[in-house]
Design a protein around this ligand. Structure first.
Ligand code: GTP
Ligand code: MG
Length: 248
């Protein structure tokens, strides 16, 4: 697969010092703002065929293939108009997701407030590979047997193990709620995904499945990944992994 993955790191400018100004009774206000910002940015990126992931709640990562500098600037303006802070965005373009995000991080480190900095090259921004991973029958095997807290702890541990194993391939894993994980997986083969799922499944005494989508944009890649996953779920395909391409 030729082409590169583009990631955008979104950081709230001077967030730390600003939060302190809100006093000690601030946590609920920050949680509301962060949730609103996430929802808003998810929509702004999705409208431009991208996808957004929580990184550390107050710092988010988008897969932004095909989204221009001008569009990033429009997103930034929209945030400036609606929130009591501004954001900066660092953009990285590389063959491997980890390298793209590292470039994005470095771009932000070199620059100050309300910046949009980094790599744009539309001719390379045409391949996104995303795996949508899901636990088989989490309802019967885990949710109905363990306490809600233990289930959540298990998902956290699963997130750590998946993240580490995919990071060995320079791929980035994000927990998306329930029993769902999305991996920005450019450079990881279908067989490598399968091996990781089997290894993690053994360690946690459960089984996992994954749809993999390959497309020009993040939103389409996720749509295809989820389609692959649902086909396995409905028994139309033998799992645990199914890959679908659409580079039209
Ligand atoms: N983020 C996200 N969450 C989902 C999605 N589908 C289901 N969920 C949530 O994930 C949890 C588990 O759902 P399922 O994976 O369908 O349930 P399951 O018992 O594991 O069943 P199978 O996966 O079909 O074996 C539920 O809390 C759902 O709300 C999805 O596409 N994305
Ligand atoms: Mg499931």
């Amino acid at each position: 697969m030729s082409g590169k993955i583009k990631t955008t790191l979104i950081r709230i400018d001077n967030y730390g010092p600003w939060t302190l100004e809100l006093g000690n009774d601030r946590e609920y206000k920050l949680q509301i703002l962060q949730a609103q910002l996430y929802a808003h940015l998810q929509r702004l990126f999705a409208e431009r065929e991208g996808a957004l992931f929580y990184n550390r709640f107050d710092e988010m990562v988008a897969v932004s293939n095909g989204i221009s500098f001008e569009d990033h600037s429009k997103i930034q303006e929209e945030v400036s108009k609606n929130y009591p802070f501004t954001i900066s965005m660092g953009i990285g373009l590389a063959e491997k997701p980890y390298d793209a995000l590292e470039m994005a991080t470095k771009a932000l480190q070199r620059n100050g407030v309300k910046k949009v900095v980094g790599e744009f090259d539309e001719s390379y921004e045409k391949s996104v590979k995303i795996a949508h991973i899901d636990v088989n029958n989490i309802t019967g095997n885990i949710i109905d047997k363990l306490s809600a807290y233990e289930t959540a702890l298990m998902m956290n541990k699963l997130n750590v193990e998946l993240s580490e194993l995919f990071l060995n391939h320079k791929a980035l894993t994000f927990f998306c709620g329930g029993d769902n994980f999305m991996v920005i997986a450019n450079g990881v083969s279908e067989n490598e995904v399968k091996d990781i799922l089997e290894k993690v499944g053994k360690n946690f005494n459960l089984t996992l499945k994954a749809g993999i989508g390959i497309a020009r944009t993040a939103r389409k890649a996720i749509e295809l990944a989820t389609k692959g996953l649902d086909s396995i779920r409905k028994g139309k395909l033998n799992g645990p992994v199914h890959e679908i391409f659409d580079l039209s």
